[in-house]
Ligand binder design. Structure first.
Ligand code: PMP
Length: 431
């Protein structure tokens, strides 16, 4: 495969942009280095790079792209927004429309606030939880990624784990000292942490279905117990649904799982590909936020008409009947085919899948928490990633990430992908 132009562009980028990329996961550090491919055009499930190569995309821009690239309905909404001015600094009716649409889809949201990224959304829920409870400590689960604000760059999965910096430099020890980390899916460890620190805990941050050390579902009853133990101590439960909102159903993971948090952070899908974040929850908690309350949060770009229009359009596509059945159907085909190929070539793998999102781990053990994911074979994953890329399949360059299907993927895409998987596994089994 010729990637000459990508190589040139990356060399140029390295001179001007730190590490050559504007988000570290985009560098291929997690797969042993190499030149990231420069994409030029996306259409539906396909990507076309600057050297004219074509790919089936499963990166989905790390999650937001669930309706495929350049979906006509979303493109139209963005174009219209561009024609009427992309940023006003005044309220717009679109913000009401979108807030009502989110609330209708996710019942635990009495009030919402739009921001510009998942990072901002989570960061603010932490501040609001602290303002509401008058306490400082937070609990998070090891390997869960909640963006790059100071308090959550402790035992952070996803990009930080891929790059070997789960505990970032530059985060003051005093801030890290207020964050307690517990293994996911381990009720006893959580109970212990709550027994010890519960009275000082403002909030517990949870990815209700983990997306940041691969797709990992909570064990039966785990989230309910986390809720009960947290509330017993007067702390708040915050769901980080930046990946999960509108991923598995029209609505949130909390509805799918039958558990309700006090606050929810969102991002990614709800912007239809444009920058967005949102947080919301119980009215009495959200009323802590300025201008009603003492917790400050603001944003020049927040609620901008382009992101609002794209987000509304994206949800309009997703609420069409059959959306999530389609994603689940294709996901099941992928999962089954990947298993078949692995069996026939004698490779040990595990696939964690829910609906149209899945992770392939090179291991013979089940993955229930971060440590399990960490212990999977990263070198085998790197080989798999590179061989798949050469065959025109674009995956996330890290063993901790997921494959994301879109409504634009077809059975034909899956067939082509499974052929590439089978060939790749055959090559890996020979070496
Ligand atoms: N929370 C979760 C669960 C995420 O997966 C991410 C991004 N991968 C974030 C927060 C941060 O979102 P953003 O990159 O939009 O700041």
């Amino acid at each position: 495969m010729n990637i000459e132009t990508s190589e040139l562009l990356f060399r140029e980028a390295e001179e001007h942009i730190v590490g050559g990329v504007n988000s570290p996961s985009r560098a291929y550090k997690g797969v042993g280095g190499g030149t990231p491919i420069y994409m030029e055009r996306g259409e539906g499930s396909r990507f076309y790079d600057v050297d004219g190569n074509e790919y089936i995309d499963y990166l989905g821009a790390y999650g937001p792209i669930i309706t495929g690239h350049a979906h006509p309905h979303i493109t139209k909404a963005i174009t219209k927004a561009a024609e009427t001015g992309v940023l006003y600094g005044t309220p717009t009716a679109l913000e009401n429309t979108f807030a009502k649409k989110l609330k209708a889809a996710i019942p635990s949201l009495d009030k919402v606030r739009f921001v510009n990224s998942g990072t901002e959304a989570v960061m603010t829920t932490i501040r609001v939880a602290r303002a509401y409870t008058g306490r400082n400590k937070m609990i998070k689960f090891a390997g869960c990624y909640h963006g790059h604000s100071d308090p959550v760059l402790v035992a952070a999965g996803s990009g930080p784990s891929t790059l070997g910096t789960p505990d970032s430099a530059g985060v003051p020890a005093s801030i890290a000292a207020d964050v307690i980390t517990v293994p996911f899916n381990d009720v006893e460890a959580f109970r212990e942490a709550m027994d010890k620190y519960g009275d000082e805990v403002a909030g517990v941050l949870v990815e209700p279905i983990v997306g940041n050390f691969g797709i990992v579902e909570p064990k039966e009853g785990f989230l309910q117990q986390v809720n009960d133990l947290t509330h017993e101590k007067g702390a708040l439960v915050i769901y980080d649904e930046v990946i999960t909102a509108f991923r598995f159903t029209y609505g949130s993971a909390q509805q799918l799982l039958g558990v309700e948090p006090d606050m929810t952070a969102m991002g990614k899908i709800i912007g239809g590909g444009l920058p967005i974040g949102a947080y919301g929850g119980r009215a009495d908690i959200m009323e802590q936020v300025a201008p009603l309350g003492p917790a400050y949060q603001a944003g020049t770009m927040s609620g901008n008409p382009a992101s609002m229009a794209a987000g509304i359009a994206c949800l309009e596509v997703l609420e069409q009947p059959g959306t999530y059945e389609h994603l689940d159907h294709l996901g099941a085909l992928l999962e089954e085919g990947i298993h078949q190929s692995a069996d026939s070539h004698g490779l040990q793998i595990r696939v964690n899948r829910l609906g149209g999102a899945l992770t392939v781990y090179f291991t013979d053990k089940s993955i229930e928490n971060y440590e399990d994911a960490e212990n999977t074979d990263g070198e085998k994953f790197a080989t798999f990633f590179k061989k798949m890329l050469e065959k025109g399949i674009n995956l996330a360059p890290s063993k901790y990430e997921a494959w994301f299907l879109t409504t634009a993927h077809t059975e034909e895409d899956i067939d082509q992908t499974l052929k590439a998987v089978d060939q790749t596994f055959a090559e890996m089994a020979r070496n």
